[in-house]
Design a protein around this ligand. Structure first.
Ligand code: GUN
Length: 297
């Protein structure tokens, strides 16, 4: 079998189109435009690239983007004060503090200070708890985008075996909760899992979110499985020339596509969905804060 490619770029574009329509409707019918505040501390080059893309796509969707760029040496107390000011600012619907933060700042404390109603990353313990209890709330963007990609291939996931490799708070754990919500039988695998290849081979849906380049081998993939590669790893590519690099996922794509039913490429798979879901969460938060029913995106 050669797998169908899941085109995250195209699906994200479609989602952003729906978001732009929803934003127009909110302005027309309710007289407001959602606003997203993004806070960047320091000058991590990868974070700068992400923050620029977020701001650009927010504006392209017709929303307001507010950026706060702070020095690497910013005291924790100053960042806390900014988050609290954004919490009470009625023109702000979503707050995202870009991670990683400098080591002198307690990231957990900052994330727990964000108003859960404005927590468009879905990282606050209240939103994590709501996802676990199935009681609404804002859902982390990468797992939400990954689920949309899975459902673009197969709408009903009921009864399928899903294996999530990686147990981070940002991807692995919320991904497992979303799949439980879809009536999958979910296994969480990680660095201490015994016989990981055999565990992966049971998966009708295999999610790789470990951050280790090409770790999941082709023969770990069940024939016909849906494979979602969350990894974005920059590796040396001497074949492209001296000093060159390329992006690869956590899955050995060329081998896995021979067995999978459908698979996401890297780049162009999960990556574009993450920012699109951030925009969707901003629209959702803006509606819920005003007692409006959020649009289905
Ligand atoms: N750094 C890398 N990805 C993310 C993300 O999705 N949210 C935040 N806040 N920081 C990140």
């Amino acid at each position: 079998m050669t797998a169908t490619l899941i085109d995250g770029k195209a699906i994200a574009e479609q989602l952003r189109g729906g978001i732009a329509q929803a934003v127009k409707g909110l302005e027309r019918d309710h007289g407001f435009v959602p606003g997203l505040a993004v806070v960047l501390v320091g000058d991590n080059p990868a974070s700068q690239v992400y923050v620029r893309s977020k701001a650009k796509q927010t504006v392209e969707a017709g929303m307001r983007s507010i950026e706060h760029k702070l020095a690497e040496t910013t005291p924790e107390a100053d960042l806390l004060a900014l988050v609290k000011a954004l919490n009470t600012d009625p023109t702000i619907d979503g707050i995202l503090v870009q991670l990683p933060l400098p080591s002198h700042i307690n990231a957990d404390l900052i994330l727990e200070t964000i108003d859960p109603a404005k927590d468009v990353d879905g990282f606050h313990p209240v939103n994590a708890g709501r996802l676990m209890t199935g009681t609404g709330g804002l859902v982390p963007c990468t797992p939400l985008g990954s689920l949309k990609l899975i459902k673009s291939v197969r709408a009903d996931l009921s009864g399928l075996d899903a294996v999530v490799v990686g147990r981070s708070n940002i991807v692995g754990k919320p991904m497992a909760q979303l799949l439980i919500g879809e009536n999958c039988t979910v296994t969480m695998a990680h660095s201490r899992t015994r016989d990981l290849p055999a565990v992966c081979r049971r998966a009708d849906i295999l999610i790789a979110a470990v951050g280790r380049p090409l770790m999941v081998k082709g023969d770990w993939v069940k024939e016909g499985a849906i494979v979602i590669d969350v990894g974005i790893n920059r590796v040396d590519a001497p074949d492209l020339g001296p000093g060159k690099t390329r992006l690869v996922g956590d899955v050995d794509f060329e081998a896995a596509r021979q067995r999978a039913g459908a698979i996401t490429p890297v780049p162009g798979g999960v990556g574009p969905m993450t920012i699109a879901c951030l925009l969707a969460n901003t629209v959702t938060a803006s509606c819920l804060r005003r007692g409006l029913v959020p649009p289905v995106l």
